[in-house]
Design a binder for this molecule. Structure first.
Ligand SMILES: [Zn+2]
Ligand SMILES: [Zn+2]
Length: 256
């Protein structure tokens, strides 16, 4: 099965060499899709962007059914045009669209949460997601809907469907209308309660007519590649979602 979310050292926050990633994938009998970070208007200039020409120059020779070349495009309204241009002018296999930055603040840092109660911070995050999902209809899959639950500065950081039902429904309806898949990001799958809390989100997506999930570990190290693959399969099955990946920007079904 493909791990559709992997960062090598073209990503600002990863030191993993392609050779290390490929060696681990071979060992575990997995296929990879690389998704290097491209956050075009990242608050610190020069970070979380990469030289796309250099990426294809260095990695094209390794491209095969075992290694596909994608990117993780950080979505903000301001970078819609530039993002679209980059995607259209390079032969990516897969485009994952993610929300990392809201109101010019990286959700990783405390500043975004300062002075906001949880419902306000998470509401703002989902509002930004909805706007981007409407506009970035060219992305193949929407990354880690639960991203904010990694970094929220609250006693309970989890994101719940029942607390944001209305806006999540809007996001899901938009994804479905645009034929955009949703990612099942397994980075937090080591905690059983996390899986249980995420289930209602994905079940609702399926209930509204969503059909496809891409499964990705968000690996920045070899050890993280293919994280919780079995749990992801069970998760998708219990939501009646089909696991897919993208090759040359076309949807492909996993044989599971
Ligand atoms: Zn991400
Ligand atoms: Zn990532």
């Amino acid at each position: 099965m493909y791990d559709t979310h992997v960062h090598t050292d073209f990503s600002t926050d990863s030191k993993m060499k392609l050779e290390e990633a490929m060696a681990k994938a071979t060992l575990d009998n997995k296929q990879l899709i690389l998704t290097e970070h491209m956050d075009l208007n990242y608050p610190k200039p020069g970070e979380f962007i990469f030289d796309v020409n250099e990426y294809f120059k260095q990695y094209s020779q390794y491209r095969s059914d075992d290694l596909l070349l994608g990117l993780e495009l950080g979505m903000t309204e301001e970078c819609l045009g530039e993002g679209k241009k980059i995607v259209e002018s390079h032969p990516f296999d897969f485009v994952l669209g993610s929300i990392h930055v809201v109101d010019n603040l990286d959700l990783y840092y405390e500043a975004f949460y300062k002075g906001k109660v949880k419902s306000e911070a998470y509401g703002k995050y989902l509002q930004a997601m909805l706007v981007c999902v409407k506009n970035f209809h060219f992305v193949d899959s929407m990354g880690h809907i639960d991203y904010i639950a990694r970094y929220g500065r609250y006693e309970d950081k989890e994101i719940y469907y029942h607390e944001h039902a209305e806006i999540m429904d809007e996001i899901f309806r938009m994804l479905i209308a645009n034929d955009t898949s949703i990612e099942l990001n397994t980075r937090r799958f080591d905690k059983k309660d996390v899986i249980e809390k995420l289930l209602p989100i994905y079940k609702r997506y399926a209930e509204l007519g969503g059909k496809h999930v891409t499964v990705g570990s968000d690996a920045h190290t070899p050890e993280a590649i293919g994280n919780a693959e079995r749990l992801a399969k069970e998760f998708a099955e219990s939501c009646k979602l089909k696991i897919v990946y993208y090759k040359e920007r076309k949807i492909e079904y996993e044989k599971v």
